[in-house]
Design a protein around this ligand. Structure first.
Ligand code: FMN
Ligand code: SF4
Ligand code: SF4
Length: 573
């Protein structure tokens, strides 16, 4: 494929779409699909045919629009409207509405699930780089991606740039890994590029193992626009000198897998994968590997073991994968979102990207907003946006008239940020200073009916079951920490237990082999930092301020106290 051939496909595709007067996009990412948006699309298509409108109305399957709780979602692109909770029975009214003048009213609210305008805050306050085309293109059509400029960066890189120039652009962009640790991507790429391989072989792995509770950004990116990730991988492979790539995707993501398979076949057919890509000497292929759903296999050394056919257990580092990774060769591991950032960075230049975000946290981040929040879904915002804007302007605030209590960021490795920090800018540094982390971008919002000790216990329970058991501080530590939290929430703990819990947190943090054990104490430490009173209320007053925890022996204690009172008054037998 040459630049000219690509431009021809792009032009033909754009012209095809321009012919239509109206465009109707039906979300068919897994959230909407689980609510049978496929039937909605079928009904709308039938209605279009019935009304003989096939020449003027284009009905397309698209990926995530971002409003998960409101599905099935239908976007009337030409009218600038997003319609929620659509059923097949609504098809006729939808087609009729295309003819009607819009009333122009400000329907920014999600009340009654009627209409959200594309010019409402939910959309306009976002900045989309990674998800720019999600919800607008059909993920199963490579032509759709090409029509929006897809695969142009690959051809530019292969025909006009050297690997060093590519790495320079990525370094200038300031992009940091989106998989959790926030390691500078340019630095990682240059380390792999410089690493010596005795066989000359190097690998690239896309980490799509996403296992944090409440996080589904990577799944959505893959379901909505897999080509952007594949394009990022090809550019990464060229930059570091890898000839073979793997996408390690969890088997519980069947739709993402299906769309990846289709996209890989198309990329190969169009000559972006395989031998002599773009008529150059560069050759590169990609294979899929499936994770069985263990959280720990997302850790890079465990992931490498798993891709290599071994049990997914973490290894002590160094050596780092950049030097000795898959099959002992230098290996570049990047997260799905990190790789999806690459084509736009190459297209617009590293300096363009570096202007977005904060001084040390560049670009945007995709967050999944879940929990006690009105607009459950995915948002992409420039780094540095205050938490308050994310929760209220985009998330639409807290439902049922309740108040915001905290937001848990960074999954089991992160922590809870309380209301007093609502004006905190969301970036790598600020979140860390506040005792949490960005992690992969899960945001679990809690209201005043949430018990923070119970929340800490939930995450510790998760780490306890997901610990691989290889090292004692994590294997035993998580079990013991969970047991103490259990005692606190059932009313049998003492203040000494609290001291023991804090000691164990320090031990697991400092002595565990991998990130799972090292970060398992974070939800406990952050809730202790901001909600110590709640721990004390559980232990000293045997009371759960949020009314969530049920004390095991409350009845017995009350009975005993009652007996004592009656003894003193002489009325007891
Ligand atoms: C327990 C554990 C689980 C992880 N899970 C993931 C994951 O699901 N996806 C991911 O990209 N990174 C995950 N990571 C981080 C990876 O080890 C690695 O840092 C990342 O994939 C590197 O890519 P990046 O530099 O693009 O962020 C996990 C780390 C730990 C310690
Ligand atoms: S995030 Fe939303 S718009 Fe996307 S799949 Fe889920 S329900 Fe559909
Ligand atoms: S810290 Fe936990 S998950 Fe990591 S190697 Fe040790 S036991 Fe396994």
């Amino acid at each position: 494929m040459t630049h000219d051939e690509l431009a021809e496909i792009r032009k033909a595709e754009q012209e095809r779409k321009q012919k239509y007067k109206h465009k109707i996009n039906v979300c068919m990412a897994s959230g909407c699909l689980s609510l049978r948006s496929d039937l909605v699309k079928e009904a709308i298509t039938k209605e279009v045919d019935k009304e003989c409108l096939a020449d003027s109305v284009l009905v397309s399957k698209v990926g995530c629009v971002g409003l998960c709780s409101q599905g099935p979602i239908v976007v009337l692109e030409t009218k600038g409207e997003v319609r929620e909770g659509i059923t097949p029975e609504d098809a006729e009214a939808i087609i009729k509405s295309l003819g009607a003048e819009h009333d122009g009213g400000n329907s920014n609210e999600l009340v009654d699930g009627v209409v959200l305008r594309l010019d409402s805050k939910f959309f306009t306050r976002q900045k989309k780089i990674v998800m720019e085309h999600s919800g607008l293109i059909d993920p199963d059509r490579i032509e759709d991606y090409i029509a929006v400029g897809g695969y142009e960066s690959v051809l530019d890189v292969l025909t006009e740039m050297s690997p060093a120039e590519v790495i320079d652009q990525v370094t200038r962009s300031g992009l940091r890994g989106r998989g959790g640790a926030g390691y500078p991507t340019g630095l990682k790429w240059s380390t792999v590029a410089k690493a010596f391989s005795s066989s000359g072989e190097k690998f690239i792995i896309c980490n799509a193992d996403e296992g944090d509770p409440g996080a589904y950004m990577d799944r959505s990116i893959l379901e909505s626009n897999p080509h952007q990730v594949i394009e990022g991988m090809i550019i990464g492979a060229f930059a570091v000198g890898a000839s073979k790539g793997f996408v390690y995707v969890r088997a519980e993501y069947p739709l993402a897998i299906e769309r990846l398979k289709i996209a890989l076949k198309q990329a190969e057919k169009f000559g972006f994968l395989g031998h002599n890509i773009g008529g150059t000497t560069f050759s590169f292929t990609v294979e899929l590997r499936y994770g069985a759903g263990a959280f720990v296999t997302g850790e890079e050394t465990a992931l490498i073991a798993s891709v290599g056919g071994q049990r997914g257990l973490p290894q002590q580092r160094p050596p780092y994968p950049a030097e000795r990774g898959l099959f002992g060769r230098p290996t570049l591991i990047n997260n799905v979102e990190t790789l999806a950032n690459i084509p736009p960075i190459i297209r617009n230049g590293g300096d363009w990207f570096a202007k977005i975000g904060t001084e040390k946290s560049k670009g945007t981040k995709v967050f999944s907003l879940v929990g006690k929040i009105n607009n459950v879904g995915l948002v992409e915002v420039p780094l540095g946006m205050p938490l308050r804007e994310v929760i209220y302007d985009l998330g639409g605030g807290i439902p049922d008239g309740r108040t915001f209590k905290a937001v848990q960021t960074g999954g089991p490795s992160g922590g809870c940020i309380p209301a007093e920090h609502l004006d905190l800018p969301v970036d790598f540094e600020s979140l860390q200073q506040a005792g949490s982390i960005m992690g992969s971008g899960g945001m679990i919002v809690m209201d005043d009916a949430s018990c923070m000790v119970d929340v800490a216990k939930y995450f510790m329970g998760f780490c306890k079951s997901e610990s691989c058991g290889k090292c004692i501080p994590c294997r035993v530590g998580t079990v013991q920490m969970h047991a103490i939290l259990e005692r606190i929430t059932d009313g049998t703990a003492t203040m000494e237990d609290l001291g023991l819990l804090e000691n164990l947190c320090g031990l697991a943090k400092n002595a565990s082999i991998c990130g799972l054990g090292q970060s398992a104490p974070n939800p406990v430490l952050s809730t202790l930092r901001y909600f110590r009173d709640e721990y004390r209320a559980h232990i000293e007053e045997r009371r759960c301020p949020a009314g969530v925890c049920k004390f095991k022996n409350a009845g017995k204690d009350v009975y005993e106290e009652d007996l004592e009172v009656r003894d003193e008054t002489g009325t007891s037998s």
